[in-house]
Design a protein around this ligand. Structure first.
Ligand code: NDP
Length: 262
């Protein structure tokens, strides 16, 4: 690991799967104590038991909650304060994308997508801000290249993600110089979302390897493959670390070269 989180405390929302879980593992490996949350309690507890076994129970705190439940997020922050006394890094990662065109996106879909994308940043940021200010900590938001490069088949996700980038830029100014705010812009990373889409593929005889390779080809990813969750986690860990101490209001693309803008 290129950065150290020795004696630091990190919070990762959506830490039970995919990129969030890879980030939790990387931060624990770099010396941090980590608090993670997700909605599905069974999966979260299974993951937390393995992590506690590998890194020590005193360094892992897991709570089942939705980041859209303001009271639960506030209680989570209070618990982190009680248990660890501080928070140096907040990774706002929880969420998922929605595939739909304008024609098949209902008003309820639009509202749900905007609520998920914006309030998954707003509630945790507000709840952990006092601790982040006190520790001169950092926020890293997990966002998508869709914020800059919208796709018509992901119309509401793309539009909401652009709003998130705008919010983060304002936050990076308002919270400076105490708290740094940065984001990663993901292309296609082979985690839970893509595993689910693979499982629902039309031709069930196609292997995972062939399906992913074909996907990368069709999407025109210059590096010719999907990203690994650990590769996204490495970018998150860097931006959240003291090694990135002079970086705020920035976005780091983790897309295998998929972005077309300069
Ligand atoms: P996964 O489905 O593997 O992981 C998502 C995690 O978020 C799970 O732990 C899930 O647990 C949790 N989660 C989802 N909704 C909530 C909620 N409301 N409250 C608390 N936890 C929640 O997906 P990825 O690792 O791929 O995605 C991580 C982030 O990266 C997401 O925000 C996604 O939109 C974004 N992203 C991913 C891309 C990719 O290609 N993989 C591309 C662009 C962006 P549970 O369901 O139990 O709540």
């Amino acid at each position: 690991m290129i950065v150290s989180y020795d004696r630091q405390v990190a919070v990762v929302t959506g830490g039970s799967s995919g990129i969030g879980l890879a980030t939790v593992k990387m931060l624990l490996g770099a010396g941090a104590s980590v608090a993670l949350c997700a909605r599905n309690e069974g999966r979260l507890n299974d993951v937390a038991a393995v992590l506690a076994n590998e890194h020590g129970e005193d360094r892992v705190l897991a709570r089942a909650l939705s980041v859209l439940d303001r009271e639960a997020v506030t209680a989570f922050a209070e618990e982190v304060a009680h248990r660890f006394g501080t928070c140096d890094l907040l990774v706002n990662n929880a969420g998922q994308g929605r595939q739909s065109t304008f024609a098949d996106t209902t008003d309820e879909d639009w509202r749900a997508e905007y609520e998920l994308k914006l309030f998954s940043q707003i509630y945790p940021t507000r709840a952990f801000l006092p601790m982040l200010k006190a520790s001169k900590g950092a926020i890293v938001a997990v966002n998508s290249l869709l914020a800059y490069q919208p796709e018509p088949h992901m119309v509401c996700t793309s539009s909401a993600r652009a709003g998130v980038q705008n919010l983060l830029k304002s936050l990076s100014v308002e919270l400076a110089p105490d708290v740094r705010v940065n984001s990663v812009l993901l292309g296609l990373v082979g985690s839970g979302q893509w595993t689910r889409r693979f499982a629902a593929r039309e031709d069930q005889s196609v292997s995972r390897e062939d399906w992913y390779a074909d996907l990368a080809r069709r999407k025109g990813i210059p590096l010719g493959r999907l990203g690994d969750p650990a590769e996204a986690a490495a970018a998150i860990a860097f931006l959240g670390s003291r090694a990135a101490g002079y970086i705020t209001g920035a976005q780091l693309e983790v897309s295998g070269g998929l972005s077309r803008h300069i």
